[in-house]
Each structure stands twice: as C-alpha cells, then as structure tokens.
Write a protein that binds this ligand. Structure first.
Ligand SMILES: CC(C)(COP(=O)(O)OP(=O)(O)OC[C@H]1O[C@@H](n2cnc3c(N)ncnc32)[C@H](O)[C@@H]1OP(=O)(O)O)[C@@H](O)C(=O)NCCC(=O)NCCS
Length: 398
C-alpha cells in the first residue's frame, strides 16, 4: 500500500523538483550557479506561477505548475492557468500520480481565479481523462526565401528601424490591438511574461507610424541556414509588405524562414504559398474550470446581433464537481451570464466545454465525438453565441 499526497510546492523541494523535471524533459545535470543564492530556487524561467508536488511514501515523486496567463476570447482577456512541467518519477508512473496532481490542480486553478486552463499535451489521454480537450493550434511554417521575392512592393512609404527599450510599450500595444481580435491569443501582460526579453533577440525591427507604431518583426538568426521568426505583426498591408520584404533580404545567405504563424492573415492572405509546404502544429488543449466565472469573463461580440436568449445545459463533470449539473446561459439583451437551474436541454461532457467556450468545435462536431447530446435548437444557440466553428490560435508555447 503506497501513501500518495498532493501538496503545494515548498522551497525545500527545489532540488528534488530539478531532478524530476530533468529526468522527464532532459537538460543539464546541474543548474547554473547563482552567486550567494540557491541555484535551484526559484527554478530557472519560473515567474508568475504556482505549483504542486505529489509525495509518494514521503518523497516527492511528481510535479506540475500553473502559469499565470490571460487568453483572449471574444476580445476580452480571460484569466487562464497554463499547466506545464507535468512530470512523474519513472518508477512512480502508471499509478495515478499525474491524475492526482491534475485533480488537485483543478481546485487550485479555481482558487487562483484561473477560470479556464490550457496546456500543450505530450500525453493527451492523460488530460482528456480530466476534462481538457484539443481546442487550438500553435503553428510554424517553413517559407522558402525565394517565395518572398515575388511579393508585391508596398504602395505606401514605410520605413523600418530597430526597436529601443522605450518602444516596448508601443510594441505591446500593437501586439494587443492584433491579439484581441484572435480567439486564443495571450495578452502577454501577466507576471509569466517579461516583455523586455524580446530585446535580447537578434532582430526587433519596427515600422513607425504617425501615432505609435504600425507593425514589428522579431526574429533570431541561429547557426545554420534558417531564420526563426517569432512575431510579424502589421496593422496594414503596406507595413506587412515592408516587413516581409525585409525577410526576403536574407535570400542568398539563408535557405528559408521558420515563420511562427501569429497572424493568419499574413500566412493565408498576403503570402503566396507553394502547393506543398511544411506547417508544424503543436495543438493545445483547453478546459473550463469555473463555468459561470468563465462565461462572465469572456466577450460575446456576436450578441450585438441577437435578441435575448437562454440555453439550458446539463454539465457532466466529475473532476470539477462545483460546475457539474444544470446551468442556464442567458443573454438578457445586455450581458451574457450563467446561472444555476434550467431544464438541462443540452448535455455537455466536461471535454466539450473547452472547445465550446473557445468556439473551435460546433455542436455537430461535439455530438459526433460523443461529447454533447440533447436538443438541436438549443445546441445551435450555443454555436451562435461563440460563432463556432472557427480556428483558435495561440502564439506562445509553455
Ligand atoms: C506523462 C506522465 C506525467 C504521466 O504520469 P503518470 O503518473 O504515469 O500518469 P497516470 O498514472 O495518472 O495516468 C493516467 C492516465 O493517463 C494516460 N497516460 C499516462 N501517461 C501517458 C502517456 N505517456 N501517453 C499517453 N497516455 C498516457 C493513461 O491513459 C492513464 O490511464 P490508464 O490508467 O487508464 O492507463 C509521466 O509519464 C511523465 O512524467 N512522463 C514524462 C514527462 C511528460 O511527458 N510529461 C507530460 C508533459 S505534457
């Protein structure tokens, strides 16, 4: 009989956590020395997080953490816990340690006000078993440089200059103006982000405008023949053209560009794509942690076109019992909210909640996947509220 407990992380766990994470994910055997400080604490790269440890027979055997993010849905940033570093000691695997961590994490997310939770799964069945479901994409495409040479020239004058530290707020404003229009993007404004880190990249170039900046490009030039582009954000076609043509200047030295697909308009509407090209997708999963709070937190822009309505749900959620049971989603002509009660006309499995909330899957898809049952008309209203189905995207991995 083994004794499994899950508790909050303490500083004295630091060395054991290093070991568990290193064995699970690889990395150097020793941490970087920190003169005068504990080399293991706080763990490298950890800011804006809380964590849990699973102890098996009195010894740390598993770990996870939640990072503090906000994710845009319907134009509003929703508090999201980004689960990461889920790791269990090899000897302890297959005994429910990760599942116990996830169960406790659900309560922790709710306490932390993280009303939804996203994660990049390497073991999807583990997270499905606890209610997360595939919802969005994180993509990179490989772009041969000679393709960029065929782009039309900008018709309006645009200049490029390198960014300075004083430009950081304007860069972030430009990012936010774009990101708030794409469901799934992070607002990059929580403690888990340090904006000034982008200035360490090899290329941080911007296109100034009359008032603020029109767009920017961040990229790294590693060894080898490929430029790694992070953000290419532009609020008009000439700015995008200017930034894309600046990438074209690498032809001759480099073979191609790995372009993080941040703005789908750049990839789909501005670039000409070869018939066959490589896109790498790292899909991510979403879970609703606190349904009433999550409904209140997101934006519902399509209700501007709607009359008042209500949809009655029955949620089946054995791992987050506080949101199981009957709810009524109401649009009263002004706001959308979720109140207890109703007839339970549509039955939603926990795993349906993430894709529904994000709008990535419509009710017909959820029904075919065995995640939704019940009244067709009520289910169609659920689709109408979010504008499902539409692509949902993140441009930051964790
Ligand atoms: C993935 C990992 C955290 C699972 O921990 P664990 O304690 O063995 O998980 P559990 O025992 O709670 O497993 C619960 C369910 O998850 C699923 N699962 C667990 N590991 C899985 C894997 N590697 N791939 C697919 N499914 C997996 C199984 O369906 C299992 O259900 P079962 O009991 O019906 O078989 C652990 O194997 C690990 O540390 N791996 C290396 C690091 C890693 O991949 N972390 C995940 C980062 S997203």
């Amino acid at each position: 009989m083994t004794d499994l407990i899950v508790r909050e992380v303490r500083e004295e766990d630091a060395e054991e956590l290093w070991r568990i994470r290193r064995i699970a994910f690889g990395g150097p055997r020793e941490p970087e020395p920190r003169p005068g400080g504990n080399p293991y604490w706080p763990p490298e790269g950890f800011r804006g997080w809380w964590g849990l440890v699973a102890e098996l027979d009195g010894r740390p055997a598993g770990f996870l953490r939640s990072r503090d993010y906000r994710q845009f849905f319907g134009g509003r940033p929703v508090p999201m816990g980004g689960l990461a570093s889920v790791a269990v000691d090899p000897y302890a695997r297959g005994r429910g340690v990760a599942s116990a961590l996830l169960d406790r994490a659900l309560a922790g997310l709710r306490e932390a006000g993280q009303v939804i939770s996203a994660l990049y799964p390497s073991a999807p069945p583990l997270y499905r078993g606890r209610g997360w479901e595939q919802t969005g994409v994180y993509e990179r495409m490989i772009l041969p440089l000679d393709l960029l040479a065929t782009l039309p020239k900008p018709t309006a004058h645009r200049t490029i200059r390198p960014a300075r530290p004083a430009d950081l707020p304007a860069l972030h404003d430009r990012y936010l103006a774009f990101a708030s229009t794409v469901d799934g993007m992070l607002d990059r404004a929580t403690a888990a982000f340090q904006l000034d880190e982008i200035l360490e990249l090899d290329i941080v170039d911007l296109v100034p405008g009359v008032d603020g900046i029109r767009g920017y490009l961040t990229a790294e030039r590693p060894e080898g023949e490929r430029l790694i582009v992070y953000d290419l954000i532009a609020d008009d076609v000439d700015t995008a053209g200017k930034l894309l043509r600046s990438l074209a200047s690498w032809a001759g030295v480099l073979a191609d560009v790995s372009l993080r697909v941040v703005d789908p308009a750049v990839r789909d509407l501005l670039l000409s794509q070869p018939v066959l090209h490589d896109v790498r997708n790292h899909p991510w999963m979403l879970r609703v942690v606190d349904l009433p709070a999550a409904v209140a937190a997101r934006g519902w822009p399509l209700t501007a076109l709607m009359r008042p309505l209500s949809v009655d749900l029955e949620v089946i959620d054995e791992h987050a019992p506080w949101q199981a049971g009957r709810h009524r989603i109401v649009f009263d002509g002004d706001a959308v909210f979720c109140e207890p009660g109703g007839s339970g006309a549509v039955r939603l499995h926990t795993r349906a909640l993430g894709p529904w909330y994000a709008g990535s899957a419509d009710s017909a898809m959820l029904r075919r996947a065995g995640l939704l049952e019940g009244d067709l008309k009520a289910a169609a209203l659920l689709d109408a509220l979010t504008g499902a189905p539409h692509p949902v995207r993140m441009a930051d991995s964790f």
